[in-house]
Design a protein. Structure first.
Length: 202
């Protein structure tokens, strides 16, 4: 498998977590290509599209993995290769960036979130997530009969890489997870919560 990683350039390399993930994927036999984004802001990112398209045509990767919402939007403006996008927090929490991240969520083949809060937002929009497993309760969990997402051990890049590869190899199971997540999040809708509260006063 050939994977193109798209992320902000940090002087010829990516931030440490992305570099660790690349190392883990290479250990699993995945061939890695890099595209470092040097532009700033939405317009700076979009100006990179012609160069990204040229790289994709030349290298013909099987998958693109973009890190950060704006990177995901850029990567999805080409429709030759499916895109996985990882959201790192500020791209969901900042309203000025969130609107672009929402577009990337809809266009991406798969979405990954590094916090339970971001994952909850994804579930509310009918998406599914691979979420970091922490000691706090997460809405992305493996229920006894219905999985609503995949968990990986916190800071374990090897396990995250394995879960990503599993998801890409099992589209039918991923679709089931999406359906389960949509059903699960309805339990926390305001209508259901209001009904439960009213029962307390009956």
């Amino acid at each position: 498998m050939k994977l193109l990683v798209v992320a902000s350039d940090k002087g010829g390399h990516f931030v440490p977590f992305i570099e660790e993930q690349i190392t883990a994927l290479e250990a699993l036999g995945v061939q890695i290509i890099r595209y470092g984004i040097t532009g700033k802001g939405i317009m700076g990112y979009l100006r990179c599209l012609p160069a990204l398209r040229r790289l994709i045509r030349a290298e013909r990767p099987d998958i693109v993995h973009a890190h950060y919402g704006l990177s995901g939007l850029l990567a999805n403006l080409q429709r030759m290769v499916p895109v996985i996008t990882t959201y790192h927090g500020s791209d969901i929490n900042k309203p000025s960036i969130r609107r672009f991240s929402k577009i990337a969520m809809r266009l991406s083949a798969h979405n990954i979130f590094v916090s339970a809060r971001s994952a909850s937002l994804a579930m509310g929009n009918g998406l599914w997530a691979i979420d970091e497993e922490t000691n706090r309760q997460s809405p992305i969990a493996n229920h006894p009969n219905k999985a609503t997402g995949l968990l990986f051990e916190s800071d374990n890049a090897d396990e995250l890489a394995e879960k990503m590869l599993w998801a890409l190899a099992h589209p039918a199971e991923v679709q089931t997870i999406i359906t389960n997540a949509q059903a699960e999040v309805q339990k926390y809708s305001w209508a259901n919560i209001r009904q439960q509260l009213m029962k307390l006063y009956e």
